[in-house]
Ligand binder design. Structure first.
Ligand SMILES: O=P(O)(O)OC[C@H]1O[C@](O)(COP(=O)(O)O)[C@@H](O)[C@@H]1O
Length: 321
């Protein structure tokens, strides 16, 4: 993929973020998601790719646009797989909380795992802990290994996790060993990326969240030099069969970075909708301007671009649709 594509992709996440931001704090997550999805879909038409959505808003019969299998792009560029979450953290925006993003990953065709819509157990780390930990280890061992490599006391580690009842026993263990816990209300793409940003102050991301979000985070961590290990959590035999149908031969195995993103030729872009650990949210300014903060990266070069853009809203015809 040409490197210029990175800048085309970030224009798409910017527009989706601008479209959903007006819904911040209005208690209406569906409208926030719908606005982001329509804007993202419209903007894709100008991107020079022949893209197939492999992670999207749902199956063809569930989602009007950006459904799995939908072709996007201007159809005159490279053939690519696309993973999107036009609004990652729909409830976050509805409630005016932190860490909502608009996200896209693009990789050469056939290189992104077609993750079924179910939970995935996750363990994500930044560059210093790559190759050190295993999702198979008990949490106490994981934390002891992490502390040793980071040259910290276990009690000085900070672990991020979604605030969910299903994490009760994991949280008990974390409390017992005495780490600091930072709970997320939602938004585990941002959560899993956080350990790769020193300024976020997060050493590990643990717990379960959406499997599609796991693949998006793995694409980001490939660019950031971090690591995510995942394990699908089929809740019943039909979810198990769904994994097999989607080409995952052993649904119980640990999914490595290469299982989820099988290439270095991957681009990841995210724009903040509400403020978070490493991105600012959309800010409205005088004179009909709004500022977005995005990150766009390529795994091949590991360049990380932070892009702050001042938009003039009357000149955004796609936002008015
Ligand atoms: O809320 P659950 O069922 O624990 O699911 C966790 C998933 O939901 C999210 O928090 C938010 O997802 P949505 O944006 O689709 O609402 C994801 O980041 C996470 O992977």
């Amino acid at each position: 993929m040409e490197r210029e594509l990175a800048l085309e992709i970030v224009r798409v996440t910017e527009l989706a973020a601008l479209a959903s931001a007006p819904w911040m704090g209005r208690g209406d997550k569906n409208s926030a998601d719908g606005a982001a999805t329509s804007a993202m879909r419209a903007m894709f038409d100008s991107v020079s790719i022949r893209g197939t959505v492999v992670i999207g808003e749902g199956e063809m019969d569930e989602a009007p646009m950006l459904y799995i299998g939908e072709q996007v792009g201007s159809m005159n560029g490279p053939e690519v797989d696309i993973a999107v979450d036009p609004l990652e953290g729909t409830d976050i925006v509805a409630k005016g909380l932190n860490n909502a993003l608009s996200v896209i990953a693009v990789a050469g065709k056939g290189n992104l795992l077609h993750a079924p819509d179910m939970y995935m157990e996750k363990l994500a780390v930044g560059p210093a802990l790559v190759g050190v930990l295993s999702l198979n280890d008990p949490m106490e061992i994981t934390l002891a290994k992490a502390a040793e490599v980071l040259n910290k006391q276990v009690s000085d580690l900070t672990v991020m996790i979604l605030d969910r009842e299903r994490h009760e026993s994991l949280v008990k263990t974390l409390r017992k060993v005495g780490v600091r816990i930072k709970f997320l209300s939602d938004g585990d793409v941002a959560g899993a990326m956080a350990p790769a940003f020193p300024e976020a102050g997060i050493d590990l991301y643990v717990g379960s969240g959406g499997a599609p979000e796991g693949v998006l985070a793995a694409a980001a961590l490939k660019c950031l030099g971090g690591e995510l290990q995942g394990r699908l959590m089929p809740a019943d035999s039909s979810e198990y069969d769904r994994c097999i149908e989607m080409g995952i031969k052993d649904p119980n195995k640990i999914l490595t970075m290469d299982d989820m993103v099988g290439t270095e030729d991957v681009i990841f872009a995210a724009t903040g909708v509400t403020p978070g650990e490493f991105l600012e949210g959309v800010r409205y300014l005088p004179d009909q301007r709004a500022e977005t903060h995005s990150i766009v990266m390529r795994a091949k070069t590991k360049t990380i671009r932070n892009i702050r853009t001042l938009h003039y809203l009357p000149n955004k015809p796609l936002l008015k649709k």
